[in-house]
Design a protein around this ligand. Structure first.
Ligand SMILES: [Mg+2]
Ligand SMILES: [Zn+2]
Length: 204
């Protein structure tokens, strides 16, 4: 059976602009390079999964239904841009300081923890070692690396703390989404030619 491999996509600041706690579908559009980058990745046989922290639910700022509206708006943007649909949309509704009591907890699915990726892998029989995480902050990188994926950071200014840690080194750092996708494709090409990632990795 062929290996099923995923690209795990952070949403805010990666696929769409980072507007904290926004659930207004009219404010959602794809960031530059996303359409071109996703097309490259789909050509390489990856399926797409969205993995997003939505602590605004635990904090009582919006409901799960509001997130489904966002998910559907994103789905529509993929469709009108000729992209295949993402296979699933996983979100963490929790936050330890939330006011919605059933969601006010420490969980294993809020990035930097890997729970959302592990859930996707379980539900869809994905090979995590063949999968990648793309995000705009090091918490995305940590979640991807903890899950056993490789992870690419888009350095668009959203990461400001650069807190280091054992899982917080990206495979590469990209200037935008297209550049992130190209870095993954280069890795695969080098691997096919037996070079590993020697001479390409721009990891810090
Ligand atoms: Mg983000
Ligand atoms: Zn969670």
């Amino acid at each position: 059976m062929q290996v099923k491999k995923a690209i795990f996509l952070d949403k805010d600041g990666t696929l769409i602009p980072n507007i904290p706690y926004n659930v207004d579908p009219d404010k959602i559009h794809l960031e530059s390079g996303v359409v071109e980058g996703l097309k490259l990745l789909v050509q390489q046989g990856f399926d797409l999964y969205v993995v997003t922290n939505q602590s605004g639910i635990a904090k009582g700022y919006f409901s799960e239904d509001d997130i489904f509206v966002v998910r559907d708006a994103l789905k529509q943007l993929f469709e009108i841009n000729g992209l295949p649909p993402f296979k699933a949309f996983y979100f963490c509704p929790h936050h330890p300081n939330g006011i919605v009591s059933r969601l006010a907890c420490t969980c294993n699915c809020r990035k930097p923890m890997p729970g959302l990726l592990q859930m996707a892998a379980f539900d869809h029989q994905l090979s995590l070692t063949h999968s990648w995480m793309i995000g705009d902050i090091l918490n995305d990188i940590e979640a991807g690396n903890r899950a056993g994926c490789k992870s690419v950071l888009i350095n668009n200014g959203n990461e400001t703390l650069w807190e280091s840690g054992p899982y917080r080194t990206p495979y590469s750092i990209a200037s935008d989404f297209l550049n992130a996708a190209e870095s993954i494709v280069s890795h695969l090409t080098n691997e096919q030619h037996g070079y590993g990632n020697i001479g390409y990795s721009t990891a810090i």
